[in-house]
Design a protein. Structure first.
Length: 292
């Protein structure tokens, strides 16, 4: 039966995704990590959750839609997996054409693109508009073992979730404890406190820091939805107080710019950015984006 239980570990990630599925799930998602089978499993579970017909927890694993996905016969789910082959512009045009057609069985259509880093630049550019403003019924799930190989313009249009590396995962509680002082300092417009809190984020291993930046992005997304009065179950409920304060202190447009900046910072960390550079970015750069 299709379930989040099919993916071992990753408790924090799975909890965030289950909360997102219970509300307004983002239409364009990028899943990243070194575990290719794990990415495939997670993308299938997410697709089932998006298409699930259950009024309760999703995916239920038992409705007609979930059973069709389990059997590989759902007409509104397209899975593209070309292995390590280059994904060319003709594929992007086919995806756009398929998503111009309304769904067959229900109200939604899902397209999964595995190894999305193999989309060549022309194909990525051809998909930009579709990823940024998809039809109301269309959802895209991209998986990438090397997400930094994707164009920044593509990554910025995706809500990003990363598989947690073994032995270096950070729980929601640990992430909240580390990030709460930093977010409190941002909302208070205290650059000195931002620096002290950012210094604490340097201590975990690099892979854990990447996970922490992902949690920070999720918190910023919660703040943006709060600022815009959009209905959405929070992705990081442990930071609900901090995201509400951010929404009051920082305009939504600047929060969005900060969200994009954290994406750029994640790329720098992936390329072995020095710890001092991370602290500087989370202090002076974020302060400038939010308040100057």
């Amino acid at each position: 039966m299709i379930s989040f239980d099919n993916l071992p570990g990753n408790a924090s990630l799975k909890a965030s995704l289950q909360r997102a599925l219970s509300g307004r799930f983002p239409q364009t998602v990028l899943l990243s990590g070194d575990d290719t089978p794990g990415l495939q499993t997670l993308s299938t579970v997410l697709a089932a959750g998006i298409l699930c017909e259950s009024p309760g927890s999703r995916p239920c694993g038992t409705c007609i839609s979930c059973r069709k996905i389990g059997q590989g016969v759902h007409p509104d789910l397209t899975v593209i997996d070309e292995g390590e082959n280059e994904l060319k512009v003709d594929l992007a045009r086919r995806i756009k054409a398929e998503n111009a057609v309304i769904p067959n069985d229900g109200a939604r259509r899902v397209t999964v693109i595995h190894h999305a880093q193999n989309l060549n630049p022309m194909a990525q550019n051809a998909l930009l508009k579709e990823l940024e403003e998809p039809p109301s019924y269309a959802f895209f799930i991209l998986t990438a073992e090397q997400p930094d190989a994707l164009l920044q313009t593509v990554r910025s249009r995706c809500t990003k979730f990363a598989l947690e590396p073994p032995h270096e995962a950070v729980s929601d509680e640990e992430a909240a404890a580390l990030l709460a002082p930093y977010l409190d300092a941002v909302a208070a417009r205290r650059e000195d406190r931002m620096m002290l809190a950012a210094l604490a984020l340097e201590k975990p291993p690099r892979r854990t820091l990447l996970g922490m930046l992902g949690v920070l992005q999720a918190a910023l997304r919660d703040a943006i939805f709060t600022a815009e009065n959009l209905p959405q179950a929070p992705l990081q409920p442990a930071l609900r107080g901090q995201t509400a304060a951010l929404a009051r202190a920082v305009p939504a447009g600047r929060l969005l710019a900060c969200y994009d900046f954290i994406d750029e910072l994640t790329d720098r960390v992936s390329r072995n950015a020095a710890s001092a550079a991370v602290t500087c970015a989370l202090t002076s750069d974020v302060y400038r984006i939010c308040f100057q």
